[in-house]
Design a protein around this ligand. Structure first.
Ligand code: GRF
Length: 221
């Protein structure tokens, strides 16, 4: 029997707490996770997937001579599974333009900052050093530029004087676990698309910072 829900392939490299949030929410949502693929054989997220009965695959980038060869194999692995959407959940690899154009408009990523602020790594430390009061996470469509595709939704946290990298990471992770399933289900509903370089919701472009998750009412999330 075919499953009418949106088929999501999740790519991971590590712990997989976002993967877990996506799996948990999928039980009463409009998407399902059809496969989990890791470039790291020791990623704990693989155990999370197996526990949920989801097929897994490991493709170690170390066994490939360059990015294109790895990405070609990754595309082949993804295509073995039903895939309407590719979700990067802590996948620590930069994807080649070839990969991004193959799945054009069908790749999402989550980043631990309020994009366009702080692309790249070390976001919590950089927020503390800058003295920012606001921080958070963004879900965005993946384009060829690193951490800068059109933003779909942002979840926000307040930074206090006593925050450390670790406390901020925990606060931001809690928002990530809400906004990622929300963004995936928006895509799965067919209401959300990438058109050109814009995220478009029900035919209207979203603002540059996407949807403010904190402004949604409980029946919208
Ligand atoms: C998250 O902070 C996410 O924003 C970033 O990688 C981390 C993944 O964490 N892209 P986890 O593996 O989902 O726990």
């Amino acid at each position: 029997m075919t499953d009418a829900r949106c088929a999501v392939v999740v790519l991971i490299s590590g712990n997989g707490t976002n993967l877990q949030a996506l799996i948990d929410k999928s039980t009463d949502s409009n998407y399902h996770v059809t496969a989990v693929i890791s470039n790291n054989p020791n990623a704990f997220g693989l155990q999370r997937a197996r526990r949920a009965g989801i097929p897994t695959a490991v493709l170690s980038h170390r066994q490939f001579r360059d990015r294109e060869t790895f990405d070609t194999a990754l595309m082949g692995e993804i295509e073995k599974h039903e895939n309407h959407l590719i979700v990067l959940a802590g996948f620590m690899r930069i994807l080649s333009p070839m990969f991004v154009s193959h799945f054009h408009g069908r790749i999402l990523n989550i980043h631990p900052s309020l994009l366009p602020l702080y692309p790249g790594t070390g976001t919590h430390r950089r927020v503390i050093e800058a003295g920012d009061r606001d921080h958070g996470a963004s879900v965005h469509f993946v384009t060829e530029a690193l951490d800068s595709g059109p933003v779909i939704v942002q979840g926000k946290v307040k930074v206090t004087a006593t925050d450390t990298d670790d406390t901020l990471m925990a606060k931001v992770a809690a928002r990530e676990h809400k906004i990622y399933p929300y963004a995936v289900s928006l895509f799965a509903s067919g209401l959300l698309r990438m058109e050109g370089q814009q995220a478009v919701m029900e035919g209207k472009p979203l603002p540059p910072c996407g949807i403010d998750f904190e402004s949604l009412s409980p029946n919208q999330v």
